[in-house]
Design a protein around this ligand. Structure first.
Ligand SMILES: Cc1cc2nc3c(=O)[nH]c(=O)nc-3n(C[C@H](O)[C@H](O)[C@H](O)COP(=O)(O)OP(=O)(O)OC[C@H]3O[C@@H](n4cnc5c(N)ncnc54)[C@H](O)[C@@H]3O)c2cc1C
Length: 421
């Protein structure tokens, strides 16, 4: 029998079997779930809890932006394949169709004893279970010379929306034969193939509009996601345009001067027209404010995405330290469904199935030239572990690459509907 709260109360099951959340729910009205962050993890979790609990749980979603601009597929906008409007999604359906209380504000702190979330606009929101999915922030001082006050001169474009538009505008305004430099991040960071898909899309844009322009990547990593596929694609489509300086040649020893628009790569100073600085990353600041990080990231138990530091708080997506899953929208969405099921189970007694996760990261290299890498995952005591994986191969034919690209477009439609209804 499915043991939800209503069924339970009607059966006269012995009081000794009552779980604490049910007692709480019975004595204080509907249980309350607060979700901080309306992105890939948070929007999905809020929608699934509201949808599957059929009004038995009050869900509040705290998110400062009125429109969510996906980072996923933002490179296609930079490459000229999509318009900025294609990336924008509103929270209207979550409120209107799912009864979610959408609060447009910043969460500034969590009182874990009182179980309340403080808001920048004043006041606080109580919870029985809290879900945090705030995405990333940047590690202070990660690229000497750069901080967020320099993000207009040297955009990161690693959070969605205005930064993405700014970076594209700067690329479009580059002088003929100009230079674009990317300062790539160290591991772990949001979307492992993201910087290299971006390089492909910048090259695609420049090949059409500014074919003598140069692209330089200063990279602190020995290797990167789908490297053979990207390098094959750059050679095939953008021969001579892209130079990558890895750690052996000083790619990890970089300082920038935003006023002079220069990048010093291991003592060699490059004057650039566009500098895309993607700094080292850490969990969104609210995780730190709540005392839930262990270094830069928030450790979670992969069985339910519950924090290893607080049994009433689940943490999703990029902010987490969970094991083998990459920091991707697909991963955050997959983790959100596991957490939503666990939270409903704890608050209403609904059935909880063993956690299973999946991820695919698609990248577009050139028109109809799509590649992918992905895996299935299961939790063990220690971490979320990869149990099987796949990756596109070099030398694949055009039909296969086109099919992969089309599959990615279908995925985008699917995940954004799963997030926003
Ligand atoms: C260029 C690029 C390309 C990418 N391509 C892909 C791809 O093809 N496929 C893929 O799966 N992933 C891709 N990603 C990664 C993907 O965007 C992220 O992994 C995903 O968005 C993570 O979801 P999240 O819920 O952790 O964070 P987010 O989606 O960033 O959501 C976090 C939300 O929390 C809000 N927030 C933060 N702090 C607070 C606070 N204190 N109070 C209230 N709200 C707060 C923010 O406003 C934001 O809306 C890409 C990323 C980039 C940068």
């Amino acid at each position: 029998m499915k043991l939800n709260r209503r069924a339970f109360m009607g059966t006269g099951v012995a009081v000794a079997t009552l779980s604490a959340p049910m007692v709480h729910a019975a004595s204080h009205g509907k249980p309350k779930v607060v979700v901080v962050g309306g992105g890939a993890g948070g929007a999905t979790a809020a929608r699934y809890i509201a949808k599957d609990s059929a009004g038995e749980i009050d869900v509040t979603l705290i998110e400062p932006s009125r429109s969510y601009y996906t980072c996923f597929f933002s490179n296609l906008y930079i490459g000229g394949f999509w318009e900025i409007e294609n990336l924008a999604h509103s929270y209207g359906k979550l409120a209107a169709d799912y009864g979610i209380n959408v609060v447009h504000d910043w969460a500034t702190g969590v009182d874990r004893d009182a179980k309340t979330v403080a808001l920048a606009g004043g006041g606080s929101v109580p919870y029985d279970r809290l879900i945090l999915s705030p995405g990333i922030d940047f590690v202070d001082g990660a690229v000497p010379g750069w901080d967020v006050s320099a993000q207009n001169a040297m955009p990161h474009a690693y959070k969605g929306g205005s930064q993405t538009e700014l970076l594209k505008a700067q690329i479009m305004a580059m002088p003929e034969g100009g230079t674009y430099v990317m300062v790539a991040p160290p591991n772990p960071y949001r979307c492992p193939p993201g910087p290299y898909e971006r390089i492909s899309m910048v090259a695609h844009q420049l090949k059409a509009n500014n074919p003598t322009a140069k692209i330089i990547i200063a990279d602190p990593k020995e290797s990167f996601s789908k490297q053979a596929l990207f390098e094959e694609g750059w050679q095939k489509h953008y021969s001579g345009m892209v130079t990558r300086i890895g750690p052996d040649f000083g790619g990890g020893n970089v300082t920038v001067d935003p006023a002079a628009m220069t990048v010093d790569i291991d003592g060699e100073v490059v004057k650039a027209d566009v500098v895309n600085v993607i700094p080292a990353q850490k969990a969104g600041l609210i995780c730190e404010a709540a005392g839930l990080t262990d270094g830069n990231w928030a450790p979670v138990d992969g069985a339910s995405m519950v924090s290893r530091m607080d049994e009433n708080i689940h943490i999703l997506g990029d902010a987490t330290n969970q094991g083998d899953m990459p920091k991707s929208g697909y991963s955050a969405n997959s983790q959100a469904k596991v957490a939503a099921m666990a939270v409903r189970g704890a608050l209403t007694g609904s059935r909880v199935f063993p956690a299973k996760y999946s991820n695919t990261c698609w990248s577009l290299i050139a028109t109809d030239d799509g590649v992918k890498v992905g895996a299935a995952y299961e939790p063990n005591e220690e971490k979320i572990a990869s149990v099987s994986s796949f990756v596109s191969q070099t030398g694949e034919d055009e039909a296969m690459r086109k099919a992969t690209y089309e599959e990615s477009i279908g995925w985008y439609e699917g995940i954004t509907t799963d997030m926003f209804g």
